[in-house]
Design a protein around this ligand. Structure first.
Ligand SMILES: NC(=O)c1ccc[n+]([C@@H]2O[C@H](COP(=O)([O-])OP(=O)(O)OC[C@H]3O[C@@H](n4cnc5c(N)ncnc54)[C@H](OP(=O)(O)O)[C@@H]3O)[C@@H](O)[C@H]2O)c1
Length: 316
């Protein structure tokens, strides 16, 4: 991967270009480079694996609809798809990836071990089940969805011992070649320290709630210091950002939409951005990011209030 990684080698003879024009051409060996596009850019995980900076979120896209969202995203140049056991759509995500016409090795797939699975055995079995449902060979990244079961999210019981067990299952899957990288999600600093103190393989990512108005700076800094890449989930505040007047004004200044401003904000913080959309026009426009937010506006955006923030979880 790396520069030009996004160059797609489509096997179909009919496709739509970025402007939506239909093209008929023998693409078997043609590489499509999309200059100056965020979708071409990758970060490098601590084990050397390249990971595209923007991924399509798929939470709440039903299993029987997600293949078309995945195909639309890949057609528009996305090469990174984020799913989870809890989303109930791994089968459909796999179908979309297998049917998109872009070679599997050019697409980065993440899935997550359900938050409720807190034993080695249940986590290991769930990884095999996910791989079977995705049916796309080894996954690129598997993460622990949450340090606690959702029903106890941010509660007193921390599941430190159990998370070490689940982590061991991820390490074993990694060492067995079932997955190319492993990480966690929704982990706070002490949840990370718990894993770091005696793990064989350090978590490579921490996927956390991060958007304008909800930027956990000390957690982001801790991850940075420990070579753990931060992935920003709900970058558009699960849609709440769309109604924010202050954001509308800042976006207008950059001639951008609110979602574009939100996604650019997370990228300028050096995090992965995982916007969800099942609307092809949103999927396309969300990555047209030809502007840079000034340092002054970045600081102002960090302190803007949002209705959607701390304590929200995926089964709310
Ligand atoms: N690890 C975790 O615990 C966790 C938790 C939450 C989320 N995530 C991941 O992060 C992804 C994104 O988070 P999210 O789904 O909460 O929300 P999000 O990406 O912050 O926002 C998605 C919402 O914004 C809308 N939207 C997107 N682009 C738009 C546009 N250009 N114009 C108007 N509306 C637009 C979408 O509707 P349309 O579909 O109609 O475009 C949807 O309603 C998830 O799908 C999931 O993969 C992970």
């Amino acid at each position: 991967m790396g520069a030009g990684y996004n160059a797609a080698r489509l096997s179909r003879s009919k496709y739509k270009d970025l402007a939506g024009r239909e093209k008929i051409i023998n693409l078997q060996s043609i590489r499509i480079d999309i200059p100056d596009m965020i979708l071409n850019e990758t970060y490098t995980l601590s084990n050397g694996l390249a990971i595209p900076k923007v991924g399509l979120g798929t939470w709440l896209i039903p299993d029987n609809e997600v293949a078309s969202a995945v195909k639309s995203a890949i057609e528009h140049g996305y090469r990174h798809i984020d799913t989870a056991q809890a989303y109930g759509n791994e089968r459909g995500v796999g179908e979309g990836i297998r049917g998109c016409g872009v070679p599997r090795e050019q697409i980065f797939i993440t899935t997550k071990v359900a938050a409720e699975l807190k034993t080695y055995e249940s986590a290991a079995a769930s990884i095999d089940e996910s791989l079977k449902k995705l049916d796309c060979g080894p996954a690129d990244l598997i993460i622990i969805h949450c340090p606690q079961p959702w029903a106890e999210f941010r509660g007193a019981k921390r599941y430190f011992k159990e998370n070490k067990e689940v982590w061991k299952a991820l390490e074993d899957a990694y060492l067995a070649g079932k997955v190319k990288s492993i990480g966690v999600s929704n982990f706070l600093i002490d949840d990370l320290v718990n894993i770091l103190e005696d793990c064989r393989i350090k978590p490579m990512v921490n996927q956390i709630l991060l958007h304008i108005g909800e930027t956990p700076s000390s957690l982001v800094e801790f991850c940075r210091q420990n070579d753990i890449l931060v992935e920003a989930y709900s970058p558009i505040a699960h849609g709440a950002a769309l109604k924010n007047e202050e954001l509308a004004q800042v976006a207008a200044k950059y001639n951008a939409t609110i979602p574009q401003l939100c996604i650019q904000y997370t990228l300028q913080l050096g995090t992965i951005s995982l916007p969800k959309s099942s609307n092809p026009e949103h999927i396309r426009s969300n990555v047209q990011l030809n502007f840079t937010i000034s340092d002054e506006d970045m600081a102002a955006l960090e302190s803007i209030g949002q209705d959607y923030g701390k304590g929200k979880r995926e089964n709310d």
